[in-house]
Each structure stands twice: as structure tokens, then as C-alpha cells.
Design a binder for this molecule. Structure first.
Ligand code: HDE
Length: 712
């Protein structure tokens, strides 16, 4: 008997390590037929049964009733009814793309992580950008933090850097995350406002949570209204550890630096973009990648040791603080390139499951209490969203390296494990016995020595809530400082309760007195409150950090930016051609806006097709505009509100405006007088002027025109 069993088992005892993938891609290898002379797959049910009629349900006679036996109809509706999965509780609205990470040089001296060992090594990557507060169908240009989540499919497992475009966070302890998110999202009784923090609950929570003040400075800055995902930085936020082959630990903060430069929109523009194109950011990324203009970021490391951590002014475990780049420089060690759009939004962008706990040998956690809480949350949320512990079987989440374990069964198990041994220890030998742990190759946690009493306390070293908020504010240019004040005034003006508005001003007094006064004035606060009680007084000896300003770090280029060109019948073909060539030479994009999408007839009779009708392509969608109508055309545009707005908004948003003389009557009608035509207006009277105009556009905005009501 024993012998028989043995013989049987031998026949099936192949490696438990192998999984066979049984799925057949849709449409491949099935029946085909000819439609319009082209080979076309035959429509089938999910069971593979060919379908004869997909237009009509099965009825008695021509007018019904409908028959329950119509299995095709039943299956189609059943599947449709179950198409949605729960959206992410935060970061619901997102957009992803594929690419790779390329390592510049070996980092073996600081980490044994396989992806960093060899110069030139490429690791496949998937990145999902997101807003935080809005639901899946909300608009892209909410004033909000952006998620910047990177999944790196390394040869030793998936490593996720689940970061944001802002290097600090609102809270210090994960315990407060549900409160923060409840307060930020739509208010529970009314279910609005959508995707915005400009409401009582958010500012109530914030004004009672002084640790959020540094983050408040960041989200009231233009960082929270990026021009595009391509023009923003990314940050791992927490302190992590890198571990080398000798087991030595180095603390690290991760940065992603956009090679395209930094750029934001202005608030009035953001609100209008949300109406004109709620998909502004996702469309931008999609278009750039489809056009072969792959965005790139460099991975930067801030490396420091225990000594630095002990001496630094703030606790490196406190996620509401940065380490200024001027103090610990960011070393660029590789580049992330996004060069492929997803094939299917749901399968990839919606189903991708990030987790801070997805790390690989050579990388480890720190004790940041926010990070420790996140380590619990992500796996849990994936089970809720994807409905099964087998979410790693979904291709976007599956590692791209070999994997081997005894985890089995569960909903929607996609693998077909072979063999008899599904436990360990077992006495089957070699491959038949399945995988075994490896103390040498496996992940070893850094043996940090920890001791102490069990306590529910906030460390004293986390108690300074205002000094870095002040440092951030002082590191901004005048224009940026005014934007912070204007954003605070906008948001707090939407707060109904005076008490909350005043409480916020009392915090601002601890950050910067002039800012507090400006905001109080903008809110028309009748009596200035006392400064809020501070656990620690604000330090005024922190050096400003220029790295924190967007405008001080702009790249002077118009590459990857978009010029909106307004044309009508009779447009001067020579000027138009010259402009088109200059845009192309710069690596920028031209969008042609005309009274009708069909196009216009140029001065030489050439037909120019348009990309947008004027009201579908308002100037808020472009980085700069060129106004090239003919005299006749300008006259008829004067009658169109959309054309007047096109011009007036471009002016109000401090855009560079290229123009031909013929447009003057339209300018006047839009309220732009001769005296308003400042240095941001460039006449394009011929080919030379066209390239000069694009050169000037490299400054991105004519800030001298800024008239936001905040200037003294
Ligand atoms: Fe998240 N966060 N988070 N978060 N987070 C989620 O996981 C959470 C935090 C971040 O594109 C959720 O899959 C807790 C900081 C990004 O799919 C959830 C805490 C930072 C994304 C969750 C934080 C982030 C998420 C919701 C406080 C910047 C989107 C859906 C301790 C460093 C990833 C999901 C994507 C998503 C929990 C704080 C970044 C609920 C408990 C700080 C980019 O698990």
C-alpha cells in the first residue's frame, strides 16, 4: 500500500514552485469571420459559446415577453452589474503609466538592493499619479496633494515607493489619518463639497491640529495645483533605511526630480481648467507619452547617518518635517522614464495595488509612526478593493521575477499550482518538496535595538509645529508668497464659522506675522486674535531653502509645453508656418483653435485643420497663446464671448501673448488697452519674430503682470 501511494505521488510530484498560466488573451486563437473584408473574431459568451445576435434579447414573438433562458443576455447584464470595484478611500482619482528605472552607478557600498548594484541596469516600473480628496470622477486640478506611487518590479521582488508630490504630511501619527481624511472629504450629512478642502470640516480639524501647519503652507502653495504630473517632484516622505552587504544601515529620504522642470498653474486658471477639461492632467500625460515625449524623473537620495539624525534640529521620524537639501544634498542615482501608456485603464491603473510594505532586501523601514501605520493599512485596503488575497495574481501586481510559496486557494485563484507538497517542513526532496527559506538570500530586517515602556504619547522631539512652516514661507519668491496668502483667503472665505477662520489666523501669527495680517485683512477679520498657544516657540534662525521654491527652480524651456494658436480665415500663412516651425524646433506642441473645428482657409488658400473650436479650447489649456486672426476674423471674434475670454484670460493668467496687428480690436474689446500691452506681448510680424516669441515663452509666465490684488 505504502509503495502504491509513493508511486502515485511520484507521478504528480512536480515542483510546487511552478504555476501554469491557463488564460488565453481575449480574441486570440478563436473563431474568425470576414467583416468588411477583414478577419474579425467571432463574438462569444464568457463560456466561449459563439453569439448569433448581440442586438436583441430572446422574446416570444416580436414584442415579448423576454425569456429567462436567454443565457447570453443574462450573462451580459450580470457582468455589467458587477463592473465596479470600491474606489480607493483616498487617492481615488489617478492615472498610471509604464516605464523603467535606469540605475546610473553601483550603490553597493550603501545598499544590497539588487536594482542598485550595476550601472545601466533597467528595472520595469509602473507609476500612478493621483489626487487625494476627490472621488474617482472628480476633476484633475483640485487644490490637493498629488500621489506619486512607484512600483518597481525588481529581480528580488516588487518595491513600492508610495509617495506624494509634497515632502511632508499633515499628521505625525497614523492614528489621526481617518480623522484627517473624514475632515477633508465631502461633509457626511450633505455629501459635498467634492474634491476640495475649502469647507468648515477641513479647516476645523486643521486649526485644531497644529502639527499640520508645515503641510498647510505646502498645500496652499502652487505645489497643490501642478501644471502637469510631468512637472512635479515626488517624495518618499518618510525616512527609510538602506542596508549594505555588511549589514550597515544608512538613513535615506527618496526624491523624484522632474527633468522637465517644475511648473504650476495659477488658481483662477485651475478653476477654469476644471470646467474646460476635467481630465487635464491625465490627458497631458497620455498625449506626451503617445507623442514619444517620455517624461523623466531622476531618483535622488538624501543619505545621512545616526549621528546626523541625533544632531538635526528636528526628529527624522517626524513626517511633518523636511531635511533641507542645502543641509543634506540630494544625490541623483538613476532615472525613471515613463514611455508606455496602459492598454486598459481598469486592468492596470484601477487594479494596481501599492503597499509601503512591499520592499526588497537592502531597504528597510524606520520607526516613523506614520509609516508604521501605513504598513498595516495598504494590504488591508487591497483586500477590500480587489476582493481577494490573490490580488497579486493580477498581472499589474504580479512580480516580474520568479516567485515560489505555499500560499493557495481563495477567491479567484489564477495560478494552477502543481505537485503534492503544499506545506513546510515536508520530506519530499528537491523540487518536489517546494521552496525553502534562505537566510543568505532572503530579506533580513535590520536588527535595530529597540527598548522602552509601552506608551501612548507623542515624542517631545515632534513638538515644534511652526518653525519649518515659517522656513517654507520665507523660502518662496514674492509671487509665491502672495499665492499662499491668496489661497488661504480663498479657502477660509468658504468656511462658514467665524471661529474657525479666526483660529487659523491665530496659527498664522506663529508662522509669519505679515502673512497672518494679510490673510486677516483678506478675510476682513475685525479683531486680530492672539497667536495660538505653541508647544514650542517658532524659531526664526532657520535659513531659507531655495530648493523649496518652484519659481527659483524653473527650467528655462518651452519643451513639452503647449502653445494655443487662435486663427481665422485669412490667417497669414507665412506667419503661421514660421510659428509652427519654431514650436516644433523647441520640442513644444501647437494646438490650433478656430471658430470651427473643421478649420480655416489661410491667406494663400491653404486649408488648416483646427484642433479645437474656441469654446472647447479656452486659453487656460495652454502655456502661452498666439493670436493670429485676419482683420476680418478679428472683427467677427469680437462678438464671441469665448474669443474675448480666450484673450482676457491669457492676459489675466500672465501668459506670453504673441500677436499680429490685426488682433488689436479684439484685445480692446477684451479690456486690454494699449497701455496694458506689456513686455509679455510679442508682435509676430514674420518668421524671425516667431522664433523670438517661442524663446521668450521659455520664461513660462510674465510674472511682472501679476495683479492678484495681493500687491501692496
Ligand atoms: Fe496613503 N493610503 N495613507 N499616504 N497613499 C492609500 O491605499 C494611508 C500617506 C499614498 O496610486 C490607501 O491603495 C494611511 C502618506 C498614495 O494606488 C490607504 C496613512 C503618503 C496612495 C492609505 C497614509 C501616502 C495612497 C488608499 C497615514 C505619502 C495612492 C488606497 C498613516 C508618503 C496609491 C490604497 C495608488 C493610498 C493609507 C498616509 C501616499 C487607505 C493609513 C504620508 C500615493 O491604504
Amino acid at each position: 500500500m505504502a509503495k502504491k501511494q509513493r508511486a502515485q505521488s511520484n507521478s504528480t510530484d512536480r515542483s510546487t514552485a511552478k504555476f501554469s498560466d491557463q488564460t488565453v488573451p481575449i480574441g486570440e486563437g478563436g473563431e474568425t469571420h470576414q467583416i468588411s473584408g477583414k478577419k474579425t473574431p467571432v463574438l462569444t459568451t464568457q463560456q466561449g459559446t459563439p453569439v448569433s445576435d448581440d442586438q436583441n434579447s430572446l422574446k416570444i414573438g416580436t414584442r415579448g415577453p423576454t425569456l429567462l433562458e436567454d443565457f447570453h443576455f443574462r450573462e451580459k447584464i450580470f457582468h455589467f452589474d458587477h463592473e465596479r470595484i470600491p474606489e480607493r478611500v483616498v487617492h481615488a482619482r489617478g492615472f498610471g503609466a509604464h516605464g523603467y528605472f535606469e540605475n546610473y552607478k553601483s550603490l553597493a557600498d550603501i545598499t544590497q538592493a539588487d536594482l542598485f548594484q550595476r550601472a545601466g541596469d533597467k528595472t520595469p516600473a509602473f507609476v500612478r499619479f493621483s489626487t487625494v480628496a476627490g472621488n474617482k470622477g472628480s476633476f484633475d486640478l483640485a487644490r490637493d496633494v498629488r500621489g506619486f506611487a512607484v512600483k518597481l518590479y525588481t529581480k528580488e521582488g516588487n518595491w513600492d515607493i508610495v509617495g506624494n508630490n509634497i515632502p511632508v504630511f499633515f499628521i505625525q501619527d497614523a492614528m489621526k489619518f481617518p480623522d484627517l481624511v473624514h475632515a477633508a472629504k465631502a461633509e457626511p450629512d450633505r455629501g459635498f463639497p467634492q474634491a476640495q478642502t475649502a469647507h468648515d470640516n477641513f479647516w476645523d480639524f486643521i486649526s485644531l491640529t497644529p502639527e499640520s501647519m508645515n503641510m498647510i503652507m505646502w498645500i496652499m502653495s502652487d505645489r497643490a495645483i501642478p501644471r502637469s504630473f510631468r512637472f512635479m517632484e515626488g517624495f518618499g516622505v518618510h525616512t527609510f533605511r538602506l542596508i549594505n552587504g555588511e549589514g550597515k544601515s544608512t538613513f535615506v529620504k527618496f526624491h523624484w526630480k522632474p527633468k522637465q522642470g517644475l511648473q504650476s498653474v495659477v488658481w483662477n486658471e485651475a478653476m477654469k481648467i476644471n470646467g474646460a477639461d476635467p481630465d487635464f492632467h491625465r490627458r497631458d500625460l497620455w498625449d506626451a507619452i503617445q507623442q514619444g515625449d517620455s517624461p523623466e524623473w531622476e531618483l535622488g537620495l538624501q543619505l545621512f547617518d545616526d549621528n546626523f539624525a541625533e544632531q538635526f534640529d528636528f526628529d527624522v521620524l517626524d513626517a511633518t518635517k523636511i531635511i533641507p537639501e542645502e543641509l543634506v544634498p540630494v544625490q541623483r542615482v538613476g532615472r525613471l522614464v515613463l514611455d508606455r501608456c496602459v492598454d486598459n485603464f481598469f486592468a492596470e491603473t484601477e487594479q494596481v495595488a501599492f503597499c509601503t510594505q512591499n520592499i526588497v532586501p537592502g531597504i528597510d523601514f524606520s520607526n516613523d509612526p506614520l509609516l508604521q501605520g501605513r504598513n498595516f493599512s495598504y494590504l488591508d485596503t487591497q483586500l477590500k478593493r480587489l476582493g481577494s488575497p490573490n490580488f497579486t495574481h493580477i498581472p499589474i501586481n504580479a512580480p516580474k521575477c520568479p516567485f515560489s510559496h505555499f500560499q493557495q486557494d481563495g477567491h479567484m485563484a489564477m495560478h494552477n499550482p502543481q505537485g503534492r507538497a503544499n506545506y513546510e517542513p515536508n520530506s519530499w526532496e528537491g523540487e518536489a518538496g517546494g521552496p525553502r527559506e534562505s537566510p543568505e538570500k532572503g530579506f533580513n530586517s535590520y536588527p535595530a535595538v529597540e527598548e522602552g515602556a509601552k506608551l501612548r504619547v507623542r515624542s517631545e522631539t515632534f513638538a515644534d509645529h511652526y518653525s519649518q512652516a515659517r522656513q517654507f514661507y520665507l523660502s518662496q519668491t514674492d509671487v509665491e508668497q502672495r499665492h499662499i496668502a491668496a489661497a488661504l483667503i480663498f479657502e477660509l472665505s468658504k468656511v462658514e464659522r467665524l471661529k474657525i477662520r479666526t483660529r487659523m489666523v491665530s496659527h498664522l501669527l506663529n508662522i509669519h506675522e505679515e502673512l497672518a495680517e494679510q490673510v486677516a485683512k483678506g478675510l476682513r477679520v475685525k479683531k486680530m486674535p492672539e497667536a495660538a498657544d505653541a508647544a514650542k516657540p517658532t524659531r526664526d534662525d532657520l535659513e531659507p531653502s531655495p530648493a523649496l521654491s518652484i519659481l527659483l527652480n524653473c527650467l528655462e524651456t518651452f519643451k513639452g509645453r503647449k502653445l494655443g494658436v487662435l486663427i481665422t480665415d485669412g490667417v497669414d500663412m507665412a506667419v503661421f508656418k514660421a510659428l509652427k516651425a519654431a514650436v516644433k524646433a523647441e520640442g513644444a506642441i501647437m494646438a490650433i483653435v478656430a471658430p470651427g473645428v473643421g478649420g480655416v482657409k489661410a491667406s494663400d488658400g491653404t486649408w488648416i485643420e483646427a484642433d479645437e473650436k474656441i469654446d472647447g479650447g479656452p486659453s487656460v489649456l495652454y502655456d502661452a497663446v498666439a493670436l493670429l486672426p485676419s482683420e476680418e476674423g478679428a472683427k467677427s471674434l469680437m462678438k464671441e464671448a469665448a474669443a474675448r475670454d480666450f484673450v482676457a484670460d491669457a492676459f489675466a493668467h500672465m501668459k506670453f501673448i504673441g500677436y499680429v496687428e490685426a488682433v488689436t480690436p479684439l484685445l480692446r474689446k477684451a479690456g486690454i488697452n494699449e497701455g496694458d500691452q506689456d513686455g509679455g506681448f510679442i508682435e509676430i510680424d514674420g518668421p524671425k519674430a516667431a522664433s523670438k516669441f517661442i524663446e521668450i515663452c521659455r520664461q513660462l509666465r510674465f510674472w511682472d503682470r501679476a495683479d492678484d490684488g495681493m500687491k501692496e
